[in-house]
Design a protein around this ligand. Sequence first.
Ligand code: AGP
Length: 589
Amino acid sequence: MCGIAGYAGSKQVTPVLIGSLKRMEYRGYDSAGIAIVNNGSIAVLKDSGRVDRIAEKISNRMTGGNLGIAHTRWATHGEVSQDNAHPHTSCNSEVAVVHNGIIENFQELVATLRAEGHHFRSQTDSEVIAHLLERSYQRLADPVKALQEALRELIGSYALVVVFHDRPDLMLGARKDAPLIVGVGNGENFIASDILAFIDHTDRVIFLEELEMVTVTSQSVELMKLDGTRIEREITHVAWEAADVSKEEFAHHTLKEIHEQTRSLRTALLQDEKSLDSFVSNIKNAKNLYITSCGSSFNIGLLLKHLLTKLCKIPAQAFVSSESDEYIDLMDRDTVVIAISQSGETADLLKAVSDARGRGAKVLSIVNSVGSTLSRKSSVNLYLNCGPEVGVAATKSFTSQLVLVYEVIFRIAGMHSKRNALRDVSSAIEQIFMQEEKIRSIAGVLKLFNDVYFIGRGPHYPIALEGALKLKELSYIHAEGMAAGELKHGTLALIDKGTPAVVINPHDETFNDTLSNASEMRARGATVVGISSINNELYDYWIPIPETDPFLQPILEVLPLQLLAYYTALERHNDPDHPRNLAKSVTVK
Ligand code: AGP
């Protein structure tokens, strides 16, 4: 999704904004640009392509100025082009804006503004904001009033930052259905769509809530409602630092974050007891229980559903957030909804949560980002504590979510002895990393195929789904995750000579039935990769999983699948940190 950033301070603004652009690359983008206010005018440099390429042009041409805005664009309206890149300026270039979100009524607004003589340079929805501001600013000569008037015309979602040619120390921000955060520095301040944009400068942040705006100078931050009512809000100190987002000795953030799981599984268990107790009691007392999330987080939701039903005998309905319409009308004040998310900003999820709350439901969340929109809409939050996840693919956040799921399940089921096993599982992970070279060699086989199948039963079925998702999003190979028992109901027809089949087959009660499925596939020529604590002649390749408590095998078996996807991406010369067409946090519907 788009990344937006702004700086007001005493430093040369261009290097600061280029640093922000680089920090926001992980969000996924196709073009980037900056605008700086200097000597009474606004200079803009933007283009399609990678930040590195644009940064060189910017550094040579954009000197001077201590205030500016920056943007990484993930195209929603309009092709990938220089004209469609942000920042967008008004006709007279007296106003510049960067925007994340979707303006739903932009065509009507463009028609009205064109009729008034405005000329547009791009095909985007965002540019209309610059022209609305120009019209109001010329008449009102007051930046705050001009922004308030412009915002009243917008229908849709926005996180935006605007600057004015004749206000060299002022930037304004506003948010509706998209995150916006102020970074508070010493003699300098920042605005951005996420903390990482300014993590090199400050970890003191102020989160904007829905329908709020902010005026920011190098010396001041003034928060207000859209009607201008002043708001006082505490500064939050986020326990993230620049080191968290450096690749260190790893080739990619994705690989670093896969390896960080030996630590992140332990920090996931550092939970506030009161929050855990409240989370558990809300589930126990719920008259009806729903689970909603997207992508990898939905695979966790399916596993949570399985464990609630099988271990706790508590029925729950899990649904992908984009399909929430089917369930919302069933919700009421006796409903509890468990929302699972790494970013806490996924638009589909936030919509489902907002609708559920509208029906009186109570929302509990398992989330990584402190201060995220989801965390502020939830009654109880369990935080992943895994630090920023920069790779687009969910890796450490997935296993941290899973650990928290087990912590909750074992408390509900009274299986307190299992909680010790949960603390030991992180040491078992190291044994899987000893298989890394073998996994890399198997990736050399998978890269040759266009279809790969992942199968598992019971709690391993969601892990099969996750393995397929990882392989798809990193290697661009089509992959299907499925319940092993479903093979003979159709998919077996697709198994041909050599077809790779990843069989998730730990030594638990699913072992024999899943082995039979492996046999069915092998008999039809499949190349079987066995993920199991014991080898078997049916496996062409065996990735050993340490024998741990059977309940905890899903935590371990997902790691080789993450590594398999990562190395297959490398084998196919993809950039694992920036998979094509994808964004780290899908903040638009
Ligand atoms: C998973 O690797 C993807 N990055 C994606 O499916 C992700 O899990 C999904 O977009 C949900 O994101 P969230 O956990 O931040 O809500």
